[in-house]
Design a binder for this molecule. Structure first.
Ligand code: SF4
Length: 496
């Protein structure tokens, strides 16, 4: 089921901090303007509650995040509204960007009196070195963590502040990820030393430095809502037709295009539904709170390949944090090795040939398992060759047969009906031990137990890692079960 992430930016444009570089520190709002912001916010909160209570459309709102211009969480009504939304059964997460200047006990009281569920609360906390000490900021983060709030912390990558951000990193507990944002007004490139320093603080800082070409297909499950109900797909996209407060808001027939060339900030690229976001930050990546899996399983064709620099950097960042990476592919081991030479060094083995062959490579041992096929299957397949017009490729490892491919000319691909018909013609004693799937002009036959999801279970079992600590990504039917059991969704690179 699609789970919509809804970002809200009301008419609030004021802050209690006075950072020199920030336009909102100079803007103050009168009582009436604040009252107006409150009314608009509660209108939005009501709309979320109504939609969540309604049938199908309501089921789609999984997360709500406030991304204000200025500081919202010094105002009790934002806590109250977040508390109310967090009560909705179908909402998994609520949160806000903040400078953390609120009083923790007071704020959590406001949240709790609205029935707020603290386990659903996600805060994005920004450190402002001009306004607060590292000790005070880290202390607040730890206090929130102790209260059961999930949060990330971060700062703008100002080169002059490197030492202070490093100090903050040292004060924060491991559970709190400290991100660094690219400094937009720097007017020069970061030096090598600066980049290395920021990468040491934030292993994902490279994402801030690279260009992320826009890809609107990945933005279908997000809406950015303004106080008057105008909508975008993200904070920098153009407005899309309709209004949040009108009927039929989510029923666009033609998915809107995006005129942006690049997704140039975290709220844009970090909220896209791409598989790396999902692996790094889970189903609602926009909150920027890492998922921290212990093992990751990745399909090759259409997922890891064709290579993208961002994917390679993501893999290296994961490996540097001791996350175990595994291939999960329909390719046999040798083909996978040939196709993925460039990234092989960060992987510790994988699931090959559609789950027929599992390998775990550790420093001191290699563990392997093969779901073996009976060799008699080859002669049986020979007997139907003429009728169905195929060649037979057989795959063995250390003398064990694990896969047969019945390959036809490219112009005559298999359809599932024909393939099913052939499989039914095999003796039942054979057929019940087999699983088959079609990949274009190839009919692949493996042992019944051989699939990627079982392979994930086997490798996790060898490592003693529970399923909840694993993540997986893939884009085809063969990946569906594996991705599903690890709590994800298939990713798609197909245009709408
Ligand atoms: S700019 Fe925004 S809407 Fe456009 S592709 Fe990027 S994230 Fe999606």
């Amino acid at each position: 089921m699609n789970r919509l992430t809804v970002l809200y930016r009301g008419s609030l444009k004021s802050c209690n901090y006075h950072c020199t570089y920030c336009p909102f520190s100079k803007h103050s709002m009168g009582k009436r303007e604040l009252e107006q912001d409150k009314i608009q916010w509660f209108r939005f909160v009501e709309s979320i509650k109504q939609r969540s209570a309604q049938g199908e459309a309501g089921e789609r709102i999984g997360a709500v995040m406030v991304v204000p211009y200025g500081e919202a969480l010094i105002h009790p009504w934002y806590w109250e509204g977040l508390g109310q939304v967090s009560c909705m059964e179908k909402t998994d997460a609520v949160g806000c960007q903040t400078n953390l200047s609120f009083s923790v006990p007071e704020a959590l009281d406001w949240f709790a009196s609205a029935g707020g569920k603290v386990e659903k609360l996600r805060l994005w906390a920004t450190f402002h070195p001009e306004m607060v000490s590292e000790e005070d900021f880290a202390g607040k983060c730890k206090r929130l963590l102790a209260e059961g709030v999930s949060l990330c912390a971060g700062a703008v990558g100002v080169p002059e502040q490197i030492r202070r951000i490093e100090k903050l990193k040292g004060l924060l507990p491991e559970e709190i990820y400290l991100w660094v944002n690219r400094m937009d007004g720097l007017r020069r490139a970061y030096t090598y030393k600066e980049k290395q320093a920021f990468l040491k603080i934030d292993p994902y800082f490279w994402r801030e430095l690279e260009r992320t070409p826009s890809q609107v297909i990945q933005c279908a499950e997000r809406r950015f809502i303004e106080a008057d109900g105008r909508m975008g797909l993200c904070n920098i996209s153009q407005k899309i037709p309709g209004n949040w407060y009108e009927e039929g808001w989510g029923e666009e027939k033609d998915f809107p295009a995006c005129r942006r060339k690049e997704c140039s900030c975290y709220l844009a690229y970090g909220g896209r539904k791409d598989f790396m976001n999902d692996i790094l930050f889970g189903p609602y990546p926009v909150f920027r709170i890492p998922r921290r899996p212990k093992a990751v399983f990745l399909d090759i064709e259409g997922t890891l390949l064709p290579y993208k620099e961002s994917v390679i950097q993501g893999l290296e960042a994961l490996a540097s944090q001791q996350v175990r990476l595994f291939f999960a592919t329909t390719l046999p081991l040798e083909d996978a090795l040939r196709r993925c030479k460039r990234i092989w060094h960060v992987f510790q083995g994988g699931i090959f040939a559609g789950g027929s062959h599992m390998i775990l490579m550790q420093e001191d041992e290699i563990r392997e398992y093969i779901y073996e096929l009976d060799r008699g299957l080859i002669s049986l397949a020979e007997s139907f060759r003429g009728e169905f017009g195929y060649q037979i490729l057989s795959y063995s490892h250390k003398g064990q047969l694990y896969k047969l491919t019945l390959i036809r000319p490219r112009k005559k691909p298999w359809n599932c009906q024909e393939a099913g018909c052939l499989m039914e013609m095999l003796e039942p004693a054979y057929a019940e031990k087999l699983r088959w799937y079609v990949e274009g002009n190839c009919l692949q036959i493996v042992a019944r137990e051989a699939d990627k999801a079982n392979g994930v279970g086997m490798i996790l079992g060898w490592l003693g890692i529970p399923l909840k600590d694993a993540a997986a990504a893939g884009d085809s039917e063969e990946d569906e079960k594996m991705v599903h059991i690890t709590g994800g969704n298939l990713h798609s690179s197909q245009p709408f």
